[in-house]
Each structure stands twice: as C-alpha cells, then as structure tokens.
Design a protein around this ligand. Structure first.
Ligand SMILES: O=P(O)(O)OC[C@@H](O)[C@@H](O)c1c[nH]c2ccccc12
Length: 277
C-alpha cells in the first residue's frame, strides 16, 4: 500500500483531514531547507509537497517565485533537491513526500531518468504543473513504472473529458485547485463540493484542495466541501522567508492549520450533550 493510502486510511480512522505543507527545496539554502522540512513534520504536517526551483514557474505567484529565485541563487539544482528528498526520507520513513515541478526540468534529465532518480531518492509522487492533463497519459504510465504516483490537477472549470482523464490517471491524491490563477494567499479559495462529488463518482484518488489556504477557516471550509485534505504553500513559504529562524517560524503555523483538520472536541461534547438531553 502506498504511503498516501496508508496516511489517508489512518487519518480516516481518526476522523481527520490530511494537512499538506508545500515548500521550495533549497530555499534559502540546502541546510536551512532540510531543517524546515523537519519542522513541517514536527509541526504536524501529514504530507509534504516540495518544489524543485525553476526559472519560469508559470503557475506560481510572487511568494513562490521569490522562493525559487532564492534557491536558484544559492546554486541549488535538481540533483541537490533529490539529495534533500533522500535526507528527508531517511529521517521520516512513513511521511509521503511529493515533488512539484515543471516539464522542462523533467525533460532536461530525460523523463524516465528523472522518475527513476526521484523514486530512488524516496519521493512518492510527482505533479508537473504545466503538463496538460490530456497529454499526461504517457508520463503517468512511465511514472508508475518507475514507482512514482502521478498527481494531476482538477478545477471546478475542468471539462468532463479532462476530468475523466484526471480521475483515471491521478494516483496518491487528486490536486483540486480552489480557484483559477496562480499560487498565493492574495485571494482565498472557493471549495466547490460538486468538484469533490464528481471526482468521487469517477473513482478518483482522494481530493485535496490547494491554492490560497492560509487560515484555519480555509482548512475547515475545504474539508466541509468533502475534501480528504488541504495543501498550504505560500503562507508557509512567507512565514519562513520573513523569519530569522525559518524552521522555528513554520512549525507553529503548521500546527495551527493542522489543528483545523481535527474535529473540534468542544463540538463533539456539545453533540453528545444534545443527544443525552
Ligand atoms: O501557495 P498556495 O496558494 O498556498 O497554493 C499551494 C501551492 O503553493 C503548492 O501546492 C504549489 C506550488 N506551486 C504549484 C504549482 C501548481 C500547483 C500547485 C503548486
């Protein structure tokens, strides 16, 4: 069973949603980045998503673009990112870690070679942000052969034919974007329950909402729409960027957002009280 499947099973039994944290590998330098990855898990992240820095990240807003630039300026390349993933994997054998990057970087290494190196480093999944879903099938098949789960992006506006393809190919989880546009917390998302329902009807991997999640209320809204989890990126990346100790800064934010994936114990008490009355 994959690490994602084990995680969703465990959280399902506990009645919790999954909290995913995104950061850019090598931001602002490899050593700090390794400490931040550790702090995300200590803070309570259930799954980690990591960017490999790319010079033209079309899906990213200013916060993540700046993180990619910091990392590139520190001289970080794909091989360094794979080393960071391998280091993470040796410390955290059970925590799913997925790569998020762009097609150019994959093709620069050779598709198959990239997938095999990612699997060897201990990555669980790969999301290629600029890969059109209708073109994804050969990529997804090669990823699976290498032992990597392909993650595809679905939106409320995705046409039915593409959504069927996404549901069929996405593995580990299905990335649901909560709004159009680029990553960032400038605008909060809208968590469409009908997207979640359509994906479930198509038998898709667990839907996880991302884009614009920065507050506990966003986490609760996404889970109330039926999602299995959420991913926050820019909020965590900016907390780290603004701090003198990035690792110390991300942990409390992650625990605050993770706490919102748990059922509120006071509500449970009220419910049982109401039942007793
Ligand atoms: O930054 P936000 O708005 O919290 O969104 C998550 C996001 O950063 C992360 O999942 C991500 C970073 N770059 C991407 C490109 C495409 C899809 C998703 C992403």
């Amino acid at each position: 069973m994959s690490r994602y499947a084990q995680m969703f099973d465990r959280l399902g039994e506990q009645g919790e949603g999954a909290f995913g944290a995104f950061v850019m590998l090598g931001d602002p330098d490899p050593l700090t980045s390794a400490r931040v990855l550790d702090a995300l898990v200590l803070g309570g992240a259930d799954m980690i998503e990591v960017g490999i820095p790319f010079s033209d990240p079309v899906a990213d807003g200013p916060v993540i673009q700046a993180a990619a630039n910091r990392s590139l300026c520190a001289g970080v390349r794909t091989a360094d990112c794979l080393d960071l993933i391998a280091g993470f994997r040796s410390l955290h054998p059970q925590v799913p870690i997925g790569i998020l990057t762009y097609a150019n970087l994959v093709m620069a290494r050779g598709r198959r070679n990239f997938f095999e190196c990612a699997a060897e480093a201990g990555a669980d999944s790969l999301l290629v942000a600029d890969l059109p879903s209708l073109e994804a099938e050969p990529w997804a098949n090669e990823m699976l052969e290498a032992g990597i789960e392909p993650v595809l992006i679905a939106a409320a506006t995705t046409p039915p034919q593409a959504l069927r393809m996404i549901a069929r190919l996405s593995s580990g989880y299905t990335y649901c974007v909560s709004r159009r546009g680029i990553t960032g917390t400038h605008q909060s998302g809208c968590f469409d329950p009908t997207l979640v329902d359509r994906l479930r009807d198509l038998g898709a991997a667990p839907p996880v909402f991302g884009f614009g999640i920065s507050k506990p209320s966003h986490v609760r809204e996404a889970l109330a729409a039926g999602a299995a989890g959420v991913i926050a990126g820019s909020a965590i990346v900016s907390a780290a960027a603004d701090a003198s100790s990035p690792a110390a800064a991300v942990a409390p934010l992650v625990s605050e957002l993770k706490a919102a994936t748990r059922r509120d114990p006071s509500c449970q008490r009220n419910e049982s009280y109401a039942q007793a009355v």
